[in-house]
Design a protein around this ligand. Sequence first.
Ligand code: AP5
Ligand code: MG
Length: 225
Amino acid sequence: MANKSRGIVFLGAPGAGKGTQAVMVAKDLDVPHISSGDLFRDHLKRGTELGKLAQTFMDKGELVPDDVTIGMVKERLGQPDCLNGFILDGFPRTVPQAEALDAALAEMGKCISLVPYLRVRESMLMERLTHRWTCKACGAVFPYEAQPPRTGCKKEHCDGDLYQRADDNPETQKRRIEVYMKQTAPLITYYRQRGLLIELSGEHTIDYVYRILQDAIAISKYCGE
Ligand code: AP5
Ligand code: MG
């Protein structure tokens, strides 16, 4: 089925670098980057009911209920810009979400071609989240060692202000990692059994991880159905 729209699903704990890599891969392949966390944060910014509901879970580091999340992502995947492919980041995060995604993609005539799993040890995840700064305007993320940066975002002529995400505090980070271990880590086996998973260390530099990903994506285009 040469014309089937194919997607890539990024898997990994909070802070593993999913968003960092997903943005670059999406640009490379010219397909949309769909981050469930960003979709929730956008609802939050717009003050929608969905956003208000999501916030109560996000603030605690808990997952937003499956039915709400699945509906939101399915709606996004049905948009015309996903016709030539898509990158999912942060979804699915539970086995029921993965099953719902498989069913929805089959209905839409789409499929998953690759699931990169970025493995990073917990101490490094905590370190990265503590020092992450995000651009209010374009959503780019930056690793800053200690102090808030004095300058704004400099990504591709953007000059948005940088902020720290409300859930990037030690207590919520810890809970997000616990929730990941319990509810999301089973997806490693789920996708490995389907022959879609590639596991790579996310502890290398951003550029090095990206180069490995580019190779894996190039190979995956010629494999599978
Ligand atoms: P979401 O926004 O998805 O957050 P997350 O999974 O907690 O992941 P992060 O965005 O924190 O990490 P990341 O892997 O993207 O890392 P990043 O690239 O930024 O979800 C937030 C909340 O929304 C959830 O807790 C939940 O409540 C809700 N939610 C979302 N999806 C849901 C779903 N499907 N179901 C239910 N609820 C859902 O990198 C982190 C930092 O490290 C950055 O500063 C970056 O610059 C740096 N960095 C990245 N790579 C490297 C590297 N190789 N070397 C050095 N530094 C690096
Ligand atoms: Mg992210």
